[in-house]
Design a protein around this ligand. Structure first.
Ligand code: 1HE
Length: 267
């Protein structure tokens, strides 16, 4: 592993593995990785750079016990923002999270401790979420006199459905463990979320980059379209991806029976 350009990103530490995975750590543990404006801007820069610099996947975790405590409430309190100012703040959050979701680089969040408020908004923009026994999810906005502003009304609602989303916002209900997995807040429950997320990233990095790019941009775009338009767009994407020259060797390996077969897992 080599440490790459960590100085470029405020409050994020970045290490690049030999197979091109960006191991990114939110590094404000003394503030429970709360998202101040500088960190949101750093996320915009990071998720702009990752596809341009051929990152094969990003694993995003939080330093210390907690993934992310959401909006920096102290900065927000001190700034005493106008409605127009906070509107602009939200647009910066959206820029960061949209680059993350639509940028074409697989993003895997390794979740520990609090994944709350804006922290859940951040996690819900990832393509894969891995939780462990310490992880818990909540939207404390209701209790704080706030409203979600980083896309939760879209992404968290997509994960858990409208009724659960409203309940989480009204009551501050906390989900954790298997129940959180069953609801779709994360796809994996692991003993060690970081180790498991890295394992997944190594596996994903073995796929062809164009295939991963399509999966991590096209599916999100298509889910915003009508079914008719999404099917048309899917055919266009498949036309490009399924004829890529780099796939020929994999198809040849299947045809000559040297390629892997898909079998159920043996315990
Ligand atoms: C913070 C923040 C924060 C901690 N903004 N500074 N999010 C929340 O409502 C969650 C708020 N945080 C918490 O409930 C707790 O801090 C935790 C459960 C995450 C962790 O508890 P604990 O006991 O380990 O830490 P702590 O003692 O509460 O906090 C340690 C320090 O982190 C302390 O700073 P210090 O300078 O006094 O040492 C805290 O002030 C600081 N800290 N969380 C700022 N969130 C786009 S709209 C999105 C809207 C939302 O995200 S609302 C949800 C906000």
């Amino acid at each position: 592993m080599t440490t790459a350009d960590s100085h470029r990103f405020t409050n994020l530490s970045v290490t690049v593995t030999d197979d091109g995975i960006w191991d990114v750590v939110l590094s404000r543990p003394e503030k429970r990785n709360a998202l101040n404006l500088d960190t949101v801007d750093a996320l915009i820069d990071l998720f702009t750079a990752a596809p341009r610099e051929d990152a094969r996947a990003v694993v995003l975790s939080g330093a210390g016990d907690h993934f992310c405590a959401g909006l920096d409430l102290v900065e927000h309190h001190k700034a005493d923002r106008s409605p127009a100012e906070f509107w602009q703040v939200c647009l910066r959050w959206h820029e960061a999270f949209n680059k993350m979701e639509y940028g074409g680089v697989p993003v895997i969040c390794a979740l520990t401790g609090a994944v709350v408020g804006g922290g859940l908004e951040l996690a819900s923009a990832a393509h894969i979420r891995v939780a462990d026994q310490s992880t818990y999810f909540a939207l404390p906005e209701g209790q704080r006199g706030l409203f979600t502003g980083g896309g939760a009304t879209i992404r968290v609602t997509d994960l858990v459905g409208k009724a659960r989303m409203i309940d989480m916002m009204l009551t501050g209900r906390v989900y954790q463990g298997q129940e959180a997995i069953d609801l779709g807040l994360a796809q994996y429950l692991a003993d060690d979320s970081r180790a498991h997320a890295m394992d997944l990233a190594h596996k994903i990095a073995e796929n062809l980059p164009l295939t991963n790019f399509a999966i991590c941009s096209a599916v999100s775009h298509m889910s915003n379209m009508s079914a008719l338009d999404a099917a048309y767009a899917e055919a266009c994407v498949a036309g490009v991806v399924n004829t890529q020259p780099d796939a020929r060797a994999r198809l040849a390996a299947f045809a000559d029976k040297s390629g892997p077969r898909i079998r159920p897992q043996q315990d």
